[in-house]
Write a protein of this length. Sequence first.
Length: 180
Amino acid sequence: MFRFDVIDLARMDAEPFLKTCNPAALALASLMKFDQTRRVSLTGEFFIRLAEIPISHEDQELVAGFFLNYQRLSRAEALQLEREMSKIGPDMAREKVIQWTNPFIELGIERGRRQGILKGQQRETDLVLRQLKRRFGHLTASQGKTVRALNLRRVEALGEALLEFNSRADLDCWLKSHSR
C-alpha cells in the first residue's frame, strides 16, 4: 500500500518560493497564495528570479508559460508590471527580464491581428455590397444579410463573380449555391 502526503499548494504562501533558484518551485508558486496587494510586484520578482537561473531558454519559456497561465494579469496590472520592469538595471538584466513579460505583448499583438482580420473582412464585404448596389441598385434585406454571412473566401469569390452577373437573378443564384 502506498502512502502519499497531500500538498495543498493553494494554501501555501508563494512569496518564499519566488526567492528560490528552483525553476519547478518558481512555476508552482503560481498555484499558491499571493498577497493580492503585491501580486504585480511578486510577478515581477518571479521574472527577475527566472532570468537569474542558469537554465536553457526553452526551459525558461516553459516555466514562464506555466506561471503566466495561472497568474493572469489584467491589462492595468500588465502595464504596471511593464513600468516596474523598465526600472531594472543594468540594461542586460532588464533585457533578460523583459523578454519574459513579452507574453503580454504577444497577447496584444495577437488580439490586434484578429481585430485587423475581422475589420479587413468587414471592409471587403462592404466593398462588395457597394459594388452590387452600384450594379443592381438597392439589394433586398435578405440578399444583404446573406452576403454579410459569407466568410472572407466567399466574399472575395463573389467580388470576382459579380463582374459576370447580368441580373439580380444571377446574384440570387450565386448566393443560393455558395451560402451553405
